[in-house]
Design a protein around this ligand. Structure first.
Ligand code: ATP
Ligand code: MG
Length: 453
């Protein structure tokens, strides 16, 4: 805010526009319907798998993320919004919070296996770009208390079914990160390999060489990429149990007809993963290729002070799902989102009769729009088109006096007379019938005068 100097004789304060914080986006009415459709698709599909919703706070003790995600990860090192003096952070992901709540409330005491999901905002201080925000939303699903490979396959299948439900294509890549017995010797071999070639690594990978050598495998730096092609593969060094687990996940996916490919360089950005990891990828979002990702985290619940239970989960990035859906609907059109009926009452006289009818129809569940300005027919029809209504019922003073309105099909299907005789219930019944069987086209015997506008 700044002020005109007082010497000018007039004191006028001019308020500068306050804008949203960079990377924090409003979701405007034009897109909320699409968001709802995505969330509803998730709830519908997840219910088929017995998932139950959990909601946790957006703030947690920083220690929770440091202990679960890991200190030497991008998320904890660079991306967290932390209130240092209070020791708390905005959640950068949901798994840690869900596990914290699971342990805190002793959910495992009631039943051995829990299937939980949540939908909500996450926060990471990253450079905002297409499909990458600082406040973004995740759809997060977790199966806790089961370690069978078929559970991995089932959870991956659920992610696939969610994307299918929205008609979105994405490829599936899987890998195994081994366990606490086969990963350490592999890590040591990888460190040796990287140390010998440290000059070719980017600064980040060199720095993390000892704390988190696996990250070099999925580093985006072209030099690192070329270098790790020759690196030893964890898949060749899995212990027999992890090898069997990985094989059975693949067989189960095959049995369900779910296509996938194995990507031995996929390590994921969070430290807690063990065994199966997976990503749903798309070529349609530029650099932000991962629509969703997840993996198994056996041992993590215990590390967070809980019982020794296994777990697996994934998170879909909803902004990326929305971008894909938007792209698809540009080609296929989006499902109807407008109003069922626009009630046009040219002039002031018929306003109350129309409002009464509109209120009755809305109470019956119809989506009805109206304009109360009393403007003429031409203006009313413009408003009707803007509302996206399928039909417009033109019922001005004259029509009410005559007992017959005009019903116009807004998709260019002509118009027909509509009797205003009978009570509200009778009018509703006939309008609902019309909307249901909307495909019967213009009435050939229409005798109503043509509308202007
Ligand atoms: P990326 O490699 O794109 O940074 P990530 O490995 O950090 O992804 P995860 O922690 O696995 O992502 O989170 C799961 C999903 O959440 C991602 O696949 C992505 O769709 C979404 N996601 C992660 N970070 C962001 C962000 N900053 N903005 C929007 N979506 C995000
Ligand atoms: Mg990231």
């Amino acid at each position: 805010m700044w002020a005109v100097p007082e010497s000018t004789g007039m004191r006028k304060e001019i308020f500068l526009k306050i804008q949203s914080v960079n990377g924090f986006k409003d979701i405007l009415p034009d897109s909320t319907a699409r968001w709802r459709r995505v969330e509803e698709a998730a709830r519908r599909v997840f219910a088929r798998f017995g998932m139950r919703e959990i909601r946790t706070p957006v703030l947690e003790k920083t220690e929770l993320f440091v202990r679960s995600i890991g200190e030497a990860t991008d998320v904890v090192e660079k991306e967290m919004y932390t209130f240092a003096d209070k020791g708390i952070s905005m959640r950068p992901e949901a798994t840690a919070s869900i596990l914290r709540a699971f342990i805190e409330h002793g959910l495992h005491v009631r039943q051995p296996v829990h299937r939980l999901y949540t939908i909500g905002p996450m926060f990471r201080h990253e450079r905002p770009q297409k499909g990458r925000l600082r406040q973004f939303h995740q759809l997060d699903a977790e199966i806790i208390g089961a370690n069978e490979p078929y559970v991995d396959a089932e959870l991956i299948a659920m992610g696939r079914m969610f994307l299918d439900e929205l008609g979105l294509a994405a490829s599936l890549e899987i890998n195994s990160l081994g366990c606490h017995s086969c990963r350490p010797p592999y890590k040591a071999a990888l460190v040796r390999f990287l140390e010998e070639r440290a000059d070719g690594l980017c600064g980040d990978c060199r720095r993390r060489l000892h704390a988190n050598p696996l990250r070099a495998l999925d580093c985006k730096n072209p030099g690192c990429r070329a270098l790790v092609l020759e690196a030893p593969s964890l898949l060749d060094n899995l212990c027999p149990e992890c090898g069997r687990h990985f094989q059975e996940v693949g067989e189960a996916l095959d049995a369900m007809g779910i296509a996938f490919c194995v990507n031995r360089f996929m390590v994921r950005g969070l430290d807690y993963y063990t065994r199966t990891t997976f990503e749903f990828l798309t070529g349609d979002l530029g650099a932000q290729a991962a629509v969703g990702a997840g993996g198994r985290y056996d041992g993590l619940i215990e590390e967070l002070g809980g019982p020794p239970l296994a777990g697996i989960g994934f998170a879909m990035g909803l902004e990326r799902v929305l971008l894909l859906l938007e792209q698809k609907e540009k080609e296929t059109g989006s499902p109807e989102e407008g109003m069922d009926l626009f009630l046009a009452a040219p002039g002031q006289e018929a306003l109350v009769s129309c409002l009464t009818l509109a209120h009755f129809l809305r109470a019956k569940g119809m989506r009805v729009a109206m304009d109360y300005s009393g403007r003429g027919l031409k203006g009313q029809l413009k408003q009707a088109a803007r509302s996206g209504a399928r039909y417009t019922l033109i019922a001005g003073e004259e029509e009410w006096a005559r007992g017959e309105a005009v019903l116009r099909d807004m998709s260019g299907g002509g118009q027909r007379p509509f009797s205003l005789a009978g009570g509200l219930e009778e009018r509703y019944r006939r309008l609902a019938g019309l909307l249901q069987g909307a495909e019967d086209g213009p009435d050939e015997n229409c005798t109503a005068p043509p509308c202007q506008g």
